[in-house]
Design a protein around this ligand. Structure first.
Ligand SMILES: Cc1cc2nc3c(=O)[nH]c(=O)nc-3n(C[C@H](O)[C@H](O)[C@H](O)COP(=O)(O)OP(=O)(O)OC[C@H]3O[C@@H](n4cnc5c(N)ncnc54)[C@H](O)[C@@H]3O)c2cc1C
Length: 250
């Protein structure tokens, strides 16, 4: 049976960041992600400054900034009557460029080392995936699901299942459940989810655009991205809501 010090269940942002952080500290781990690829769902919009500080420590900040909205774009949230309608109100948030100026001007220890970032999880995950795959101490497998967990006094035995149905058992000293809101790890341990699992039913509209806001025409052609998501109150039975449980996890 394969033995690893740490098994990470779930290759979302948290699982992949943990794998990189463990590798940075010289700890070997195995990461398994049930999906064959990184997420297709543009959940996540703003990555906050503290998360960016962690990404800076891992050396992935530049790669992340390269796929984020341009540094000169503001992070405003606009409340509008409809896409071609008029604006009712606007929450104003500084751009990365403005943030950098604020940080420079206020050197009193109260500011973060990195400004926040606006980018979809669809863009973040491939950057983290490349970092995970480049880390020599991390073995990462996509298309492998954690299906069961048993523990004894010594360690944890996890059952993994590949997409073709083949199962394998892995023995680990630590199992880390980074498998989202519907966590299988949590379920296996009989840990109840506290609070309200579904605050509200909503639907999202995803707009795909080849425009990334850059003034560089060549770059615009090269970078098809999911730019916006719109959350709206909706009839709970609206078709397309929660088309799989990934969106519901977050
Ligand atoms: C519409 C929307 C907007 C959001 N906006 C923001 C935002 O602006 N800023 C922000 O910080 N957060 C935002 N979030 C929340 C953010 O998406 C989550 O906090 C984030 O995804 C959590 O990361 P995670 O790695 O813990 O979990 P997830 O991203 O849910 O990843 C868990 C991973 O585990 C995998 N997995 C599940 N079960 C198993 C299993 N049994 N075996 C192996 N793998 C498994 C899943 O496939 C998934 O890839 C938003 C979420 C949504 C839905």
């Amino acid at each position: 049976m394969k033995q690893v010090p740490v098994l990470i269940a779930g290759g979302g942002p948290v699982g992949m960041t943990l794998a990189c952080e463990l590798a940075r500290r010289g700890i070997t781990c195995l990461l398994v992600e049930r999906n064959p690829t990184t997420t297709r769902h543009p959940k996540m919009d703003i990555t906050n400054a503290r998360s960016m500080e962690l990404f800076r420590r891992l050396g992935v900040v530049d790669a992340l900034r390269a796929v984020a909205v341009p540094e000169s774009s503001n992070f405003d949230v606009s409340w509008i009557t409809q896409l071609t309608g008029h604006e009712l109100y606007r929450f104003r948030y500084p751009s990365v460029t403005e943030w950098r100026k604020l940080i420079r001007e206020r050197n009193d220890g109260s500011m973060p080392a990195e400004p926040p970032m606006r980018v979809s999880q669809v863009e973040i995950e491939p950057v983290l995936q490349r970092a995970v795959q480049a880390a020599p101490l991390v073995e990462a497998r996509w298309g492998v699901e954690l299906v069961d967990v048993a523990q004894d006094d010594e360690a944890v035995t996890a059952t993994l299942r590949r997409a073709d149905g083949i199962t394998e058992q892995v023995r680990c000293r630590y199992l880390v459940g980074c498998d989202g809101g519907t966590s299988r790890v949590r379920g296996c341990l009989d840990i109840r989810l506290e609070g309200q699992w579904q605050v509200q039913q909503r639907f999202l509209t995803h707009f795909r655009s080849t425009e990334n806001g850059s003034s560089d025409a060549a770059e615009e052609e090269l970078v098809p991205v999911v730019r916006f998501l719109v959350g709206a109150l909706a009839n709970a039975n609206a078709s397309g809501a929660n088309h799989d449980d990934e969106g519901a996890n977050a």
